[in-house]
Write a protein that binds this ligand. Structure first.
Ligand code: HH2
Length: 302
């Protein structure tokens, strides 16, 4: 796989990337209203960078179930100044979490170097053109329906196979529209049109999505599946988030999108180290299977 590039940074195999969440919104599910003032948003970005964030994902519209859609102008006005200041004062790449072409364009002009689309290209047909012509990477996150009705779409016979097929179709669309394959990252969309059981299954079988050959982003941070399984309220889901981050990285995620950067960076790094430690064992297993099948072909199956 080619190294991941964003702006002039490169993910060179040294470990998972941590994407710090910055919601400049009044109504996000876990931090709504905490950072909707530009000064407080910038301070939060600074804190996340100090804790080891590799990039900051700035969003100006909540997409939690049943959230209110925000107009492009209002959304852009929430994020543009904050992005400009982060890019100027903190040396960290910024991604823009938006479904809208106009917001993506304004954010890229302000210095964002990645577009994070939670609509899987369904919301705005002009988004791909903006991404392709700017030459920035894009995260294609799996979802169905809209934030208003996504709960009704959590119906799958095999959630992993269907998410994989829908991600593969979006990947093809992006490539056809002129986005370079190496600039496309995929995300199973934990909690988006997924029940708690489906979200957990996607984490547990994430390696099946790795077969698509693209970098994987996973965003389990503080989400409701953790509350449903553990009973913990949204302000007390650090342990559940850390476990989900560790599973995601062990199963093949390269980027984790989290609110609590310092703690989740530790969890991600331990899981990454464990994954590296498994690699020789996997290679050995592949080698022994090869010997076995050669022996079987030669008739020496004893
Ligand atoms: N989750 C949320 C928003 N954007 N992007 C990616 N790639 N993956 C995710 O899992 C993901 C995402 C929802 O979380 P949050 O931003 O904290 O909440 P809200 O949508 O209420 O602002």
């Amino acid at each position: 796989m080619e190294p991941l590039r964003i702006g002039n940074l490169e993910l060179d195999g040294r470990g998972p990337w941590v994407m710090g969440v910055l919601n400049v919104t009044p109504d996000s599910f876990s931090d709504g209203g905490r950072f909707d003032d530009p000064g407080r948003a910038f301070e939060q970005a600074r804190r996340m960078v100090a804790e080891g964030a590799d990039l900051i994902d700035v969003g100006g519209e909540s997409t939690r179930p049943a959230s209110r859609e925000v107009g492009a102008e209002e959304e852009a006005s929430r994020v543009v100044g904050v992005i400009r200041r982060i890019v100027a004062e903190l040396s960290v790449p910024v991604s823009i979490d938006t479904r809208k072409a106009a917001v993506a364009r304004a954010a890229i002009e302000a210095g964002a170097s990645l577009v994070n689309d939670v609509s899987l290209l369904r919301h705005d047909p002009a988004l791909l053109g903006v991404v392709a012509s700017a030459g920035v990477p894009i995260v294609l996150m799996h979802s169905r329906g809209t934030p208003a009705d996504m709960r009704e779409h959590a119906r799958y016979l095999d959630v992993v196979a269907e998410v994989k097929n829908e991600l593969a179709a979006a990947l093809d669309r992006a490539v056809e529209a002129g986005v370079e394959r190496s600039r496309i990252w995929l995300d199973p969309g934990i909690g988006f049109a997924k029940t708690a059981a489906q979200s957990v299954e996607l984490l547990a079988r994430l390696d099946e999505l790795a077969a698509l050959g693209q970098p994987l982003v996973v965003g389990p941070s503080r989400k409701s599946f953790i509350g449903e399984i553990t009973g913990a309220p949204v302000e007390d889901r650090l342990g559940g988030t850390a476990a989900a981050v560790a599973i995601a990285v062990l199963k093949g995620a390269q980027i984790v999108r989290v609110h609590d950067v310092g703690l989740m960076r530790q969890a991600a790094r331990i899981a990454w180290a464990a994954r590296q430690a498994q690699a020789p064992a996997r290679a050995q297993h592949a080698e022994s299977t090869r010997y076995e099948s050669a022996a079987t072909r030669a008739g020496g199956a004893s």
